[in-house]
Design a protein around this ligand. Structure first.
Ligand SMILES: Nc1nc2c(c(=O)[nH]1)N[C@H]1C(S)=C(S)[C@@H](COP(=O)(O)O)O[C@H]1N2
Ligand SMILES: [Mo]
Length: 395
């Protein structure tokens, strides 16, 4: 079986006519010796680490938002998701200059001659094409996402980003497996430096420049979640303090079409559970015991900002309609579409920091932050922190 596979992969393929060997396909089209396994394997190592970490943290974020039965995400530490998602977006951004440099370092290979020697060689080149396209696709869709451009492409961005991740990581693992011998030599043997300096550019210089660009991209953006760097992060899509009540807003009340319903004096919070249904006016809601929770909003887009939220414990509301701390509840918004509904698992419901917040920083919640009340719970993606809450239902 194995021998037959090897035999198949090594079947020689006919080379195209030499007359086609023009332009970049000429033997002497690329003369750079800065491009070498020494450089490519080091760039590849950095890129592999950033893609690997980005994949794991991205998969985690996907699981938290679409939890399968076997998956549970703890409410503590309260800022864990803030860290994992910050790392996801930071490693994705860091991969942009690294991928650029890596592709530059192997670019002449695109025109190697003959384009295919054997079936195995053709397959390997095909897998590298898949790898390059998937990697570029992931960085592009990730960038569009953090730039808030969900409708830029003619397909659903988030699903494409999720499936693209599997394609990219599969192609990366295959690529590392195939290239392991070259990578090993590239990382352990250092060819003489003199021969690799051209026009003032050495391979060490290229590597240093690529790593410096990566560091610059990171410092210029990571302040959207690492507060001490916020002022130097000039390229960050969000400033963590810009917005009503000093906190960014993703979806405004106008955008969600809830202004009228949220300001309606006839607003009632609908509770339903095993003991029946109840409707609470805003005054009745505010008459319940108050608690304060210092919790961040962490958007999947990589920005995060802390807030001091006060309001009523979700578990105490649920108890009014006969719910217990072993229940799961659905929290629904006045909004009719979009991110209007979320499920709170029992262990999060039990958590004393899980609130329906009525205030932020001591002030009545701004309408863009979810007035009259919003869900705020520890260690949870922002997209699940439902604003303009209208109903709480025990499931
Ligand atoms: N009803 C509703 N709630 C929502 C959203 C929404 O679009 N509709 N956006 C969510 C997202 S993506 C984030 S990051 C947080 C942001 O909360 P903030 O606007 O108060 O900062 O609200 C979440 N709650
Ligand atoms: Mo978000």
């Amino acid at each position: 079986m194995r021998n037959r596979l090897v035999a198949l992969l090594t079947v020689p393929l006919p080379a195209p006519p030499e007359a086609l060997r023009r332009g970049p396909f000429r033997a002497d089209a690329f003369s750079s010796r800065v491009r070498s396994p020494w450089l490519t394997s080091r760039l590849g190592l950095a890129l592999g680490i950033s893609f690997g970490v980005c994949f794991v943290t991205g998969l985690l974020s996907h699981l938290i938002q679409h939890p399968p039965g076997w998956f549970g995400w703890p409410p503590r530490p309260v800022a864990l998701y803030r860290v994992t998602q910050g790392v996801h977006v930071a490693t994705g951004l860091a991969a942009i200059p690294l991928l650029g440099a890596k592709i530059w370092s192997v670019f002449p290979e695109l025109f190697s001659w003959p384009p295919w020697r054997t079936i195995g060689h053709a397959l390997e080149r095909l897998s590298i094409a898949v790898l390059s396209l998937a990697a570029v696709f992931q960085l592009l869709t990730g960038l569009l996402n953090i730039a808030h451009w969900y409708d830029a492409l003619p397909f659903p961005l988030l699903q494409a980003h999720y499936w693209g991740a599997w394609l990219a990581i599969g192609a990366i693992v295959l690529h590392i497996g195939v290239k392991l011998p070259v990578i090993r030599v590239g990382l352990t043997r250092t060819p003489p430096l003199r021969s690799t300096v051209e026009g003032g550019l050495s391979r060490r210089g290229v590597l240093t420049a690529a790593l410096a660009a990566t560091a610059a991209v990171t410092v210029a953006t990571v302040g959207q979640t690492v507060r001490p760097l916020a002022r130097v992060s000039v390229l960050a899509p969000r400033r963590p303090w810009v917005g009503p009540q000093g906190l960014p807003v993703n979806m405004s009340a106008v955008g969600a079409g809830v202004v009228e319903a949220a300001r309606d004096p006839g607003y009632r919070l609908a509770l339903s559970g095993p003991a029946g249904v109840r409707e609470l006016s805003l005054d009745e809601l505010a008459a319940l015991p108050w608690h304060t929770a210092d919790l961040p909003i962490t958007c999947v887009e990589g920005w995060s900002a802390g807030g001091s939220w006060s309001g009523v414990r979700l578990a105490e509301l649920v108890a009014l309609v006969g719910g217990s701390e072993h229940d799961r509840v659905r929290v629904e918004s006045l909004q009719r579409d979009g991110y209007r509904s979320t499920v709170v698992e029992a262990r999060l419901l039990r958590d004393p920091l899980t609130l329906l917040a009525l205030r932020l920083g001591g002030e009545t919640l701004h309408i863009d932050h979810g007035y009259p009340c919003r869900l705020i719970a520890p260690n949870r993606p922002g997209v699940l922190q439902t604003k303009w809450v209208a109903a709480v239902t025990v499931l």
